[in-house]
Design a protein around this ligand. Structure first.
Ligand SMILES: [Fe+2]
Ligand SMILES: [Fe+2]
Length: 361
């Protein structure tokens, strides 16, 4: 194998000059791996740095059921430098996916090249700093996904007792997100809806009825009109749900969870002050809750529930107009109605995937 030619094709060495590369090449040695062969494993002592001459490797993190592929590398890519610099054990496992030719450099020669060639050392450090940033991004993304997964599974758990609400959670999530995006472009809400708000409402809106877990089946699943006492119990789902977020916030005080708490607590408030649990009025109702109320009722009106048949879309639009300024923030209603076909499309899209249909909004 012509080691110098392969090094010259690699970004890390390109431009260092042919003479330098020829000199450096003397310190490398060629090696080959069969498909499926591990070049090193997580936890091994790091003693070599590798350049891929031909073939492909996969980089894995974790073992057993928690093993996850991070990236695949091909000809011209390099790996294994982190453990040599930090003097720590390997932080990932690298396995050849096809027969692969490698050029490797041992710890001693790696140190010599770093000492002798400033430009090479700078490039290695730049590459390491880029990789550290990437692994930090992956860790942040993992955490975010874990949050999101837990939130949606909690929402589904709470909703699972209302067997027939079907895709309600997913539809309201999409209505809320669409409303927030449209509002962000509207002069009426200028500066009030950053993109972080849109991301957060996407994830937290399915949690709105999480407090229903505390409502007895005899009330939640009752066929027929609720008594005043029973309705008072139903109303507690807002406060019970909001209180459950206090525990989350004790562990992780993120704005996303603060939004979740506001939305859960106030999603049955009405713009005219006639809602519950606090009877808040107008803009005293948190913005995310005003969006949620409209999304939740739009979906409830279009769906078959234990207490009613589904209304036609025309009738739903009429009811929303009638309730504008009463139940709903009129500026949000105006934005929804201007784009009502997009909301209806979301409803139709999920209707096909719907399980059976019902329950309190
Ligand atoms: Fe609710
Ligand atoms: Fe709902």
């Amino acid at each position: 194998m012509d080691i110098a030619t392969h090094l010259g094709r690699c970004d890390l060495f390109a431009g260092l000059g042919l003479d330098t590369i020829m000199l450096m090449a003397k310190r490398f040695e060629a090696t080959s791996c069969a498909a499926g062969e591990a070049i090193f494993r997580e936890g091994d002592r790091g003693d070599c740095f590798y350049v891929i001459a031909r073939g492909e490797v996969a980089v894995y993190k974790g073992t057993g059921v928690s093993r996850r592929e991070l990236v695949r590398l091909g000809a011209g890519d390099v790996f294994g430098e982190m453990a040599l610099i930090s003097n720590e054990s390997r932080s990932a496992t690298v396995i050849a996916t096809v027969p692969t030719d490698l050029i490797k450099l041992n710890q001693e020669n790696f140190t010599v090249l770093m000492d002798q060639n400033e430009r090479f050392a700078q490039r290695v450090l730049r590459m390491i700093s880029k990789r550290l940033q990437q692994s930090q991004d992956i860790a942040t993304l993992d955490l975010l996904r874990a949050h999101q997964g837990l939130m949606i599974s909690l929402s589904e758990l709470a909703e699972s007792r209302d067997k027939d609400t079907g895709a309600h959670l997913y539809r309201v999530r999409d209505y809320c997100t669409l409303l927030a995006k449209l509002m962000a472009q509207s002069p009426a809400f200028a500066g009030q809806i950053p993109s972080s708000f849109i991301d957060a409402i996407y994830y937290v809106s399915p949690l709105h009825d999480i407090g229903k877990v505390a409502i007895p089946d005899s009330i939640l699943k009752k066929n027929g009109k609720l008594t005043e006492e029973e309705y008072a119990v139903i109303k507690t789902h807002t406060l019970v749900g909001a209180a459950s977020l206090d525990t989350v916030l004790e562990y992780c005080d993120l704005e996303m969870f603060r939004m979740a708490k506001r939305l859960i607590k106030s999603h049955h408030e009405c713009f005219d002050g006639s809602g519950y649990p606090e009877g808040l009025k107008g803009e005293a109702i948190p913005l995310e809750a005003r969006i949620m109320t409209l999304a939740d009722f739009y979906d409830a009106l279009l769906s078959v529930r234990v207490y009613k048949e589904a209304y036609t879309h025309e009738r739903v639009v009429e009811i929303i107009k009638e309730e504008s300024g009463r139940k709903f923030d009129p500026r949000i209603v105006e934005i929804m109605l201007a784009h009502i076909d997009e909301f209806h499309a979301i409803h139709l899209e999920y209707r096909d995937k719907e399980k059976p249909a019902a329950a309190v909004g």
